[in-house]
Ligand binder design. Structure first.
Ligand SMILES: Cc1cc2nc3c(=O)[nH]c(=O)nc-3n(C[C@H](O)[C@H](O)[C@H](O)COP(=O)(O)O)c2cc1C
Length: 207
């Protein structure tokens, strides 16, 4: 049984354009994977705390030495990682807010980057430990950034996911969403077409 983990980050929760695209992808994926399981992690609605000094010390402490508070903090991070590890397919809704990724996503990344758990250092450099996964990212923006230096999201998200071992990542963009009705409709239609193409392609590959 395949598991799809859908990570939502929109401030508009399920009505965000990134959430709507991710929802559509998950729905179509489930139609073609009737035995598949979809798990939703909505970090827009249930934010992850900032990685404070106190929280990071909890990660660093040896499990046997952790205070009850540190156990709870490390346990929260462990649960996020277990959820990610159990996923075969990851779907990330990625709005652009104030020229970057949602701060909730940064906090999530800070809680799943754990040395010895999701990555390790080797003589050849860092090695990601979450292997064999496929990720789809639905990037929604008011303006136009893809392929320009102002796209601060694509490289960062790709680099981070690669760092923890997820190197098969595909981006679908819906841009110009604040540039009027016609450009918005066109961008969303193109993103929906991309979803149908991806799900159709994956189904054909699996057959
Ligand atoms: C707080 C906030 C900040 C935003 N900052 C940007 C920005 O820097 N660049 C941009 O192109 N669009 C910006 N937008 C527009 C969003 O990218 C656009 O509404 C997109 O649909 C957000 O995805 P969502 O609908 O899934 O939340 C911003 C929107 C909000 C609410």
């Amino acid at each position: 049984m395949q598991t799809l983990l859908q990570i939502q980050t929109s401030l508009f929760e399920n009505n965000g354009q990134s959430s709507l695209l991710a929802n559509r992808f998950a729905r179509e994926w489930r139609d073609t994977n009737p035995d598949g399981r979809v798990v939703v992690r909505d970090i827009g609605r249930e934010p992850i705390p900032h990685l404070t000094a106190e929280r990071f010390q909890a990660f660093l402490a040896k499990p046997a030495d952790r205070t009850p508070e540190q156990q709870a903090i490390a346990g929260f991070s462990d649960a996020l990682i277990d959820e990610l590890r159990a996923a075969d397919v990851i779907v990330l809704g990625l709005p652009m807010y104030n020229f970057g990724v949602p701060s909730s996503l940064k906090a999530y990344f800070d809680h799943i980057a754990r040395v010895g758990v999701t990555f390790r250092y080797t003589e050849k450099g860092p090695e990601g430990l979450l292997k064999g996964k496929k990720a789809y990212v639905f990037a929604t923006r008011g303006g136009l950034y893809a392929g320009t230096a102002l796209d601060t999201q694509t490289g960062y998200v790709r680099d981070f996911l690669r760092f923890i071992g997820i190197d098969d990542v595909e981006f679908v963009y819906a841009e110009g969403l604040s540039m009027g009705d016609a450009p918005k409709e066109k961008a969303l239609a193109a993103a929906n077409t991309a979803i149908a193409r991806i799900v159709g392609r994956e189904t054909a590959l699996a057959a």
